[in-house]
Design a protein around this ligand. Structure first.
Ligand SMILES: [Zn+2]
Length: 93
């Protein structure tokens, strides 16, 4: 059994590991790390590198985020949300 001090250290270590990860916060769809609209420039770079030229796979992934963002942001015009989440992907990369 661990004491409260050890639990605190483990909790703090988990939080430190999470910084620098540019993932969307819900329901605002802003970056958890930098606060920009998601995907922020760092997240875009990570997505482009992560999908390694698989544009279709990236678009399917972003479409899933678009569907969730449309549900979470009912007050925002859908075209603005689509522009934020989809329209940054280069035609070729
Ligand atoms: Zn970010």
């Amino acid at each position: 059994m661990i004491g409260p001090q050890e639990r605190w250290y483990r909790f703090a270590a988990r939080r430190r590991r999470r910084t620098g990860v540019h993932v969307p916060a819900h329901p605002s769809y802003r970056c958890r790390d930098c606060g920009d609209a998601w995907p922020c420039p760092q997240a875009r770079l990570c997505l482009l590198i992560g999908f390694q030229g698989d544009r279709v796979g990236l678009m399917v992934y972003l479409a899933a985020h678009l569907a969730r963002a449309l549900e979470e942001l009912p007050e925002t015009h859908p075209a603005l949300i689509a522009g934020q989440i989809l329209h940054w992907v280069p035609r070729r990369y």
